[in-house]
Structure formats: C-alpha cells, structure tokens
Design a protein around this ligand. Structure first.
Ligand code: NAG
Ligand code: NAG
Ligand code: NAG
Ligand code: ZN
Length: 592
C-alpha cells in the first residue's frame, strides 16, 4: 500500500505545508526548526504555546476516543440481543461429541487424498466456524460428556457424571424442558444410546450418568416430575427400553419401557424399513430405536445400510417431522442432533473410524443447512463439541530420530472397517475355534492357525498387508485388547498420534449457520455460555429458572439417584466398547 510505510507525521506529499509540518516536528522532538529569523525568546514562547495546544489536543482526543469506544461497546451489546430473530423461530443444536480441531484437519487431509481434491478443499462445516469453547467441568480440567452436556442444557458447570444436576446434586432445568413448556416442539437425534449423557441431559436428571435405566423412563415422561419433555427421539440404546426377561435387554429390572411408552401415546419404530415408511408428517411423540446399543460406526454401518439409517437421514427425517408438527403452531421447534460416535472413535484411538464419523457429521451439517435454506421459519443451527477425545495429533513420533513432517491418509483410506468391528470378528472367530472339534489341539499349531487368521483379517478389514510378527503375537496373546491393538496398527502406519484413550482438555470449535444471529458466540467462550445462548435464542431464560424451582420441589430422590461418593469415577468408562466391554479390567491386567 503506497504511503503505508511512511513514518507517522511525516510529509506525505509535496503539497503539504512544509513549514507547519516542520513546526509540528519540532514540537514533538523539541528540536529547532530551520526558521533562523525568529529570536530564541519568541521561539520558546511559541514552543510553550505549542506544547500547551498539543497537550490540549491530545487530551481531547483521548476523551473523544474513550467516549466513542464506550458508545460502540454499549450499542454493540444491545445489537447483540437484537440480533436474535423475534417471533416464531427454530433452533437446531448440533453436538460433535469428542471432535476437536485436529479431527477436522485429519478428515480434510483424508478427503483431499481419497477424492483427489486440491489442498485448499475444506469441509462444509469449516465455512461456518465462529468461535471456540473452553470445556472444563466443575470437578476437573478434563470434562466428561455428562458435565459437558450439562453446560449446554443448564448453562452451568457441574461435575463429571452429572446429568443436568448441579455440583450440590440438585437438578437444574434444561433448555429443552423450558422450551417444551413454552410451546416449542422438541427432538433428540443421536447415533449412540438415546440414554447416553449428551441426549440425557436435555430431558432427564440423574446424579450419575450410568443410571440409564432411569433416564429411559424419565425421557419418555413416565418418571419425569414435569411429564414428557421430548416429542421425538431417534437413536440407539433399545436395550435400556426392554425388560430384562428379553435376552437383548440391558436393564436391571423387569420394566418394559417400550410398552410403557406406547401406553403413554408414543409411536414406536425399531427397524430401517419402519423408518423408511414414516410419512413426512408422522404422529408425535415418536420413538425410533434402531440398535440395541450404539448404531455402528459409519465405516461399518455403510455395509449394513438396510439395517441402520445414517445420521443424515435420521436428522433430516426428524427436521421434517418437527417442521410438519409446527406448521400451524405459534412456536417453532428445538432439536439436538449429535454425531455421538466421533467420541468413540477417539476413545478407540481409531483414526480410520473417526474420519468416517466426521464425514458423516459434515454431511449431516450440509443437509441441515440445506433444510434451513428451504424452511420459511427463521432457523439457526449452532454446532459445537462437548470436549476433544483422544488428544489426537496429525503427526507421530515413531522412532528416536527426528521425524518427517507428514502423516499418511492413504493408510486410513485402505481400512474398510473399524478396529472395534475387526476385534469383534476376531472374538467371534476365537469363540468358533474353541468349539471346533477339528481345530488343532497342539499349542504351536493352534497359534499358527490364529496367526494365519489374523494376517488375513488385518489385510481384509484394515488394508494392512505387512503386519509384523510382534503385532500378530500381541493379538494372539492379548485378545481382550485386540480393538486397541488393531487401532494402534493403523495409527502407527498412518503416523497419527494419540495421547489418551480418554478425553482431553483442548478447546473445541463453535459453528453457526448465521453469524449475525449467533454473534454472541463469536470468539472464545466458556461452554456454559453456549447453554446461556441457547436459552436466550429461544426466549426461555425465565422459564429455565421456573423449571429448576419445580424440579427441586418435585423431583423424587429415587429417580435422581444416590449422591456419588467422594472420588468416585463417573465418566462412563463402562460403555467405551460395546463389543467387549471390559477395558477397565483389561487395563489393570495389561499394566499399561
Ligand atoms: C440391579 O438390581 C439388583 C437386584 O435388584 C440390585 O441389587 C443392584 O444394585 C442393581 N444394580 C444397579 C446398577 O441398579
Ligand atoms: C493399500 O492396499 C494396497 C492393496 O490393496 C496396497 O498395495 C497398498 O500398499 C496399501 N497402502 C497402504 C498405505 O497401506
Ligand atoms: C474348524 O477348524 C478347521 C481347521 O482349522 C477349519 O478348516 C474349519 O473351517 C473350522 N470350522 C468352523 C465351523 O469354524
Ligand atoms: Zn467420551
């Protein structure tokens, strides 16, 4: 830019008044100008006057700047509240559980490689980044999903394991409960169990997240002190709705929650074909549970598409249903849509599973944005994560020597299944082998049989054709940690790094479909401020307080659960791997 590098207060052009500038220079530097005809007395008199005027001007400038700044601050604030649309409006809150900024870099790099896209190709979600969220909970610098989601539902920090319950173990009103009571139609769409922490906080209150049996009953309205708060639920977790007389049940009691829900007026579906036959304006309340526990990882689900609907489809169907239900109502809808298993892929340290989860989430974002374009009611989408999982790095130190600056998306592209799925296959094989009368009985022969199987399995599921004898031997000797071992084989070859099988304390991104409406969330925020924004957008701030007061009065301790013991772990470790499910035992065994 011409003149951009000119020093301040220097003559900018030949037309400037040279003598005035020289005077000004002199005033600033205290140096004499070249006007030798002026006596030194006059000079010093003028100098004093000049200094006085300069001081006056400088003071005035400071005062004016301060006033202008304060004014812009105040008007900025009032414009913030004004920026939210008034009248009928919808809110789509999306949660990418466990997705940190590096998950996006990983997925971008992966897609650029597989689809031969240019280096500046980005995900849809990237265009909508507006800020970042700080994620710590009240009990730890590293949050779990329960405390993370409670920050969204209640707008308050709580302890790890808390489901819309505060550090004093009393329930806090959720934004969805308040919205429902104000006349909004409400929905929850997830790919994990619908009773898992993120969806649970919106329509139930328990002191420990493992109480999923109770959560199921609260969510359908049966034991919720304020009645039914959700109109539509799509996800997994069917086992918590079946009585323990059913072999697919994971309940601890004989309560048939599906029947109870039907009796209370819910429509219930559980298969892909029932889902596909739903009309575009299905009767509400509607409960769709498509898996006993989690809906499979996208990398595996794509081969079982006739059994499990993808997130994009469940999300869109839900939006259509809520849209139809609110066609002639005064209030719009509020829905939470979660890409739940990005987190699980992080826990598993499985980069191949994760890129497919993130791509599925991005496709869902695209579908949601498209829906917003089509819909007449003003609709805002806000997306964020509750925390990062895995401490993912798109780099890895493999050897003591200085590393190359790279990672290999081609390795992830070669994997056709998740490590969890691959481990599940291996466990099924071991089970069959133990019942196979023609299987070798001699120890070395049996081991060789397993090694041969594993070599083929790694090749067919993970695209790894150079499994080392060390890697294969570990798989034979420690089948319980096979999922982690397979994931490690992929991660090392791809040179992607992980620092934990749990969560990390990293900041996560905030995205929005409309920067103007969501401008309160621009910049770096505490996760609770996202919760505050959601209720402010819906005009539900006062109602949340009323809900809290009512819950405190009416909530039965038998449904709220026992107060956790000091130091008790409530971070949901038991649900990390539904294929095997004994990571905790395993880790004390493996001494890692
Ligand atoms: C499950 O039920 C049994 C028997 O009723 C009870 O002793 C146990 O505490 C229950 N466990 C949980 C986690 O609710
Ligand atoms: C991917 O698999 C192909 C064969 O299917 C193999 O030739 C190639 O080396 C593999 N690439 C990587 C990075 O593992
Ligand atoms: C039993 O083991 C034999 C020898 O390893 C194998 O050929 C056969 O396919 C196995 N049968 C089953 C049912 O797994
Ligand atoms: Zn998690």
């Amino acid at each position: 830019m011409p003149g951009g590098e000119e020093p301040l207060l220097r003559p900018g052009s030949p037309t400037s008044n040279d003598s005035a500038i020289a005077e000004e220079d002199a005033l600033l530097t205290g140096e004499r100008t070249g006007k030798e005809d002026i006596t030194s007395t006059t000079r010093s008199k003028w100098r004093e006057i000049g200094l006085f005027v300069w001081a006056l001007l400088a003071t005035a400038t400071v005062v004016i700047l301060a006033v202008v700044y304060q004014h812009s601050q105040t008007t900025g604030k009032s414009a913030e509240s004004d920026s939210i649309p008034t009248g009928k409006r919808n809110l789509i809150f999306m949660v990418s559980d466990g997705m940190g900024p590096t998950s996006l870099a990983l997925t971008r790099g992966y897609r650029q490689f597989t689809d031969e896209l240019p280096w500046d190709d980005t995900l849809i979600i990237d265009d909508h980044m507006i800020g970042q969220s700080r994620t710590r909970s009240s009990s730890s610098l590293v949050t779990d999903s329960a405390a993370g989601a409670t920050a969204f539902s209640c707008g308050q920090k709580s302890y790890n394991g808390a489901i819309s319950v505060l550090p004093d173990h009393t329930p806090c009103g959720s934004v969805m409960e308040a919205a429902k009571r104000l006349g909004y139609t409400t929905g929850l769409v997830v790919t994990t169990r619908i009773t898992d922490a993120t969806p649970a906080v919106f329509a139930s209150h328990v002191r420990r997240r493992e109480m999923e049996d109770d959560v199921a009953l609260q969510m359908i309205g049966e034991t919720h002190p304020l009645g039914r708060m959700v109109d539509l639920m799509f996800g997994g977790g069917r086992c918590h709705f079946l009585p323990n007389s059913n072999e697919r049940s994971c309940r601890n009691d004989t309560t048939d929650v599906v029947s109870t829900a039907k009796d209370a007026g819910w429509s219930y579906i559980s298969t892909r074909s029932e889902f596909d036959s739903l009309s575009s304006a299905p009767a509400l309340p509607l409960l769709g549970l498509f898996a006993d526990q989690d809906i499979p990882y996208e990398i595996d689900r794509r081969f079982q598409d006739s059994t499990y609907p993808p997130l994009k489809s469940t999300a869109l169907k839900a939006l259509e249903a809520l849209s139809a239900a609110t066609k002639n109502t005064e209030e719009g809808f509020f829905i939470m849509i979660e890409g739940s298993r990005i987190d699980h892929a992080g826990h598993a340290n499985d980069p191949a599973a994760q890129v497919h989860e993130v791509l599925a989430y991005d496709e869902t974002i695209a579908a949601v944005l498209d829906f917003i374009e089509r819909t007449e009611t003003p609709t805002l989408m806000v997306s964020t994560s509750d925390h990062e999982t895995g401490g993912l790095a798109t780099a890895r130190q493999l050897h003591p020597t200085y590393p190359d600056y790279l990672w290999y998306p081609s390795v992830l592209a070669n994997a056709s299944h998740s490590s969890a799925w691959t481990a599940h296959q291996y466990h099924l094989y071991l089970d069959a082998l133990s019942h196979n009368t023609s299987a070798p009985t001699e120890e070395i022969a049996l081991k060789n049989e397993k090694l041969a199987y594993l070599t083929t399995l790694a090749s067919s599921n993970l695209g790894i054709h150079d499994a080392s004898s060390n890697e294969l031997s570990t798989l034979v000797s420690a089948p319980a940690i096979a999922a982690y071992s397979f994931a490690d084989m992929v991660s090392r070859r791809a040179q992607t790094g992980w620092s934990t099988h749990g969560h990390s304390g990293a900041d996560v991104n905030i995205f929005a479909s409309n920067r103007e409406w969501a401008k309160d969330l621009a910049g770096n925020h505490e996760n609770t401020e996202i919760g505050e924004f959601l209720r402010r957008y819906l005009g539900a701030e006062e109602e949340v307080e009323k809900v809290t007061a009512e819950l405190r009065e009416k909530m039965d301790v038998s449904h709220l659960g026992e107060i956790p013991k000091e130091g008790e772990r409530l971070d949901g470790q038991d649900h990390l791997d539904h294929y095997h499910g004994d990571h905790r035992k395993r880790c004390t065994g493996c001494g890692a």
